[in-house]
Design a protein around this ligand. Structure first.
Ligand code: AMP
Length: 213
């Protein structure tokens, strides 16, 4: 099963993607996580991506598409995957479609997690990420057991540069301009499924499971 998660940054698609990956036994592929892992490892790709990420902009399609196609060509992806944060532009969606078509394959579902902008800005200001393992929390919705400390690895939790309010607003503008057209793109293909992202995490997941079967 090949699933795409759509929705604004902070809509909760990452959380849902992880839950889907676990339940259906398929990898959770997040381009944002791949960029962050590269940045942490100090690779050239990571340093290049950082310039755009810190500014709330998209990493250029050429670079993003290359790392995504490499990732989904790996062995663990052969029975499917859930994409989180990719595609983010029409050209990215077209490249993915072409690559899958060559394999006689296609995306099964595009799940669109809908949340109004005001709710996103409020949510992201409360988001905290672990400096070491990248686990994410929310000071109200998913608090760590001990304030400011990661449950998984015990490292410090921080507000990521790209979750700061001024960057969030920029990212939302970028989302509306470049990513929202994908809703139409997948709707026309008949695989778009809207879910209400303002509901609780478990309630949203139940709705998604109802769709995926
Ligand atoms: P995320 O963790 O998905 O919110 O991604 C964090 C940042 O990584 C984004 O704000 C972009 O700068 C970059 N990024 C992640 N995925 C993509 C993508 N598919 N296309 C372009 N930039 C991306």
């Amino acid at each position: 099963m090949k699933i795409i998660m759509l929705g604004a940054p902070g809509a909760g698609k990452g959380t849902q993607a992880k839950m889907i990956a676990e339940k259906y036994g398929i990898p959770h592929v997040s381009t944002g996580d791949i960029f962050r892992a590269n940045l942490k490892a100090g690779t050239e790709l990571g340093l290049e991506a950082k310039k755009y990420m810190d500014a709330g902009q998209l990493v250029p399609d050429e670079l993003t598409v290359r790392i995504l196609l490499d990732r989904v060509a790996q062995d663990d992806c052969k029975n499917g995957y859930v994409l989180d944060g990719f595609p983010r532009t029409i050209p990215q969606a077209e490249v993915l479609e072409d690559a899958l078509t060559k394999l006689n394959d296609s995306v099964d579902y595009a799940i669109n997690v809908e949340v109004p902008d005001e709710a996103i800005v409020e949510r992201m200001g409360g988001r905290r990420a672990c400096v070491k393992c990248g686990a994410t929390y929310h000071i109200v919705n998913i608090p760590p057991k001990k304030e400011g400390i990661c449950d998984t690895c015990g490292s410090e939790l921080i507000l990521r540069d790209d979750d700061k309010p001024e960057t969030v607003q920029k990212r939302l503008n970028v989302y509306h301009e470049q990513t929202q057209p994908l809703v139409d793109f997948y709707s026309k293909k008949g695989i778009l499924k809207d879910v209400d992202g303002t509901k609780g995490m478990q309630e949203i997941f139940a709705e998604i499971c109802g769709i995926l079967g």
